[in-house]
Every structure is written in structure tokens, then in C-alpha cells.
Design a protein around this ligand. Structure first.
Ligand code: ZN
Length: 300
């Protein structure tokens, strides 16, 4: 049996796990994201102890970004120009590789989650789909024709520009780079700043949710029109509100207005825009999938 290590490296916490498959994890730990030295050091200590017991074939890192996922680049494995204090230009993957001596897979948290959903979750058997997360930020990963889309760096679906009706919603947005991009208007911190309370405390009949569904649906419509995904998996803390999925699905149909003539959208949208099959484990299991992927690709 082959064992893998996975790091879900989030902006507020790290989750590290070791196992052979989603239903066979042998160890897991989580701790807050502090400085790179301390946080990466804790991850290394965890994996080194596991590696001494059962050798790991590879470690996958699914990280917040922006980051450099291109193995041919001199800054491969770096968190790059993140606004997160202390983390800009952190050489993350090499620190893990040096400490453990195993191949390291390194990609965005959403690309990792997309790979995990493809292997074990809600995207099994598909060749073109999108995974999006709506939480403290918004991000999206795409598998196109069976491969993760990277291109120039990696997709930044959370920062797409949307029509913003300032009569309906005068809120300027919270993205430090763009103001009212999708993330600036619809991520958890935008909800909290606009309404003065945390998203999970807003009741289901609050007008916040219709507006939220509108912005998320605009984002999904852009993704549908650009990539023609066979399914869109949407995770993240904001999406754990059970009333939000039906609102988003209906708004996607309204905005598309019958133009995309696919039964998946016209008749079966409940199974087209779906929560992660791996639930809140999509992140850390996605990191395990990145480890497997790295080993299959020969490692870096
Ligand atoms: Zn932005």
C-alpha cells in the first residue's frame, strides 16, 4: 500500500494528513497559519514523524496563492505576491522536499480540490469541469480535457470583473486589487463588510442572499460560457448555507435565458451545480491527490 502526504495550506489554518486513500487516513493534524518558518516547520515535523513510521511516496501541497505551479519555472513552489503578511516569495515546496526527500506536488488549493473531486468526489468520470470555492476568498480550478488548466500561471476566477449595479448595491467591494471583482463583492469578508455581520449569522430570508446568489451566478455564467464545463462543483464556507444553492441555480438559468441548450442546465441543474462530493474534506484530500499526481508525473 502506498502512503501519501497532503497539506491543505490555507490563509488561516493548515491541515496535514497522511494516508493511502480518502477512507484510509492514518494521521491528521491542523494548526493555525502563522509565519512561514513556524507553520512550514510544524508541517515538516508532522510528516517527518509519519515518514519514519511509514515512508511517504510523495507530498502534495494545495495552497493559497498566488503561487508558481510551473515545474519549469525558477520560482516553482513559491507563494508569490500574496498580500498575506510574511508569506510573499516563500519557497514552500523546496522546504518540504529538502526536509523529506520525496517528490512534492504543488498547486493552488482549488486546483488540488478539483483533482480530488475528479478522483474521488463529485466530478468522477468527467473530463471538463470546474471547482470553485466561496469562503474567505473566491477561487476556481478547471480540469479541461482531463488535465488541470494552468496556462500562464493558474486561473484566477475569483477576480473576474462583473457588472455591478451601484443603485442596487452601492457597496464598493473589498478586493485590495480590484475593489468590486467577484471576490470583492461576494466572498465572506465582503458579506461581513456590507451587512455588518458574519455571513453565517444572516438569516435565510435576508436580502443578502439574493444579492449573493446574483453575483455567484454571474460568475458561474461567465465560467459556463468560457469553458463549457460538464459540471460545476462549488465548495467553501459561504456555500454551507443550504438555501444558497437553489437561489444560485435559478439565477444561472435566468441569466443564461435558455441560450445554452444543454439538458444539464435546462432540466437537471440540481446535478449540474453541486456541492463537493468530498464535503469539507475537499481541500486536504485534494492535497493528497496532488501528491499522487506528482508521483505519477515523475516528481519534481
Ligand atoms: Zn480582485
Amino acid at each position: 500500500m502506498t502512503f501519501w502526504g497532503g497539506i491543505e495550506a490555507g490563509g488561516t489554518k493548515f491541515v496535514c494528513a497522511v494516508g493511502s486513500a480518502p477512507d484510509n487516513l492514518s494521521a491528521e493534524t491542523r494548526f493555525p497559519t502563522t509565519t512561514p518558518e513556524e507553520t512550514i516547520g510544524r508541517a515538516i515535523a508532522f510528516f517527518a514523524a509519519q515518514h519514519a513510521k511509514t515512508p511517504l511516496a510523495a507530498v502534495g501541497i494545495a495552497a493559497f496563492g498566488p503561487l508558481d505551479p510551473n515545474p519549469a519555472s525558477p520560482t516553482f513552489g513559491f507563494i508569490t505576491n500574496t498580500p498575506k503578511p510574511g508569506w510573499a516569495h516563500t519557497d514552500f515546496a523546496a522546504a518540504i522536499r529538502r526536509a523529506l526527500g520525496v517528490p512534492v506536488g504543488f498547486d493552488t488549493d482549488v486546483n488540488g480540490a478539483a483533482l480530488g473531486e475528479l478522483r474521488w468526489g463529485a466530478a468522477q468520470g468527467l473530463d471538463t469541469f470546474v471547482y470553485m470555492t466561496v469562503g474567505s476568498g473566491i477561487g476556481g480550478g478547471a480540469v479541461v480535457n482531463g488535465r488541470l488548466a494552468h496556462g500562464l500561471l493558474h486561473p484566477e476566477m475569483g477576480h473576474m470583473c462583473l457588472p455591478h449595479d451601484r443603485q442596487r448595491d452601492p457597496f464598493p467591494g473589498v478586493c485590495p486589487f480590484h475593489g468590486d471583482c467577484l471576490e470583492g463583492l461576494a466572498a465572506g469578508p465582503a458579506l461581513e463588510a456590507r451587512w455588518g455581520q458574519r455571513a453565517e449569522t444572516l438569516p435565510p430570508d435576508h436580502p443578502a442572499w439574493l444579492l449573493e446568489a446574483h453575483y455567484l451566478a454571474l460568475g458561474l455564467v461567465n465560467v459556463i460560457c468560457t469553458l463549457s464545463p460538464q459540471r460545476i462543483v462549488v465548495g467553501g464556507g459561504v456555500m454551507t448555507q443550504p438555501h444558497l444553492f437553489p437561489l444560485v441555480r435559478r439565477e444561472v438559468q435566468t441569466l443564461l435565458n435558455g441560450y445554452v441548450k444543454a439538458p444539464a442546465i435546462l432540466e437537471q441543474i440540481d446535478s449540474y451545480i453541486v456541492p463537493p462530493g468530498l464535503g469539507d474534506r475537499a481541500g486536504v484530500l485534494g492535497a493528497l491527490a496532488l501528491a499522487q499526481h506528482a508521483a505519477e508525473m515523475g516528481g519534481v
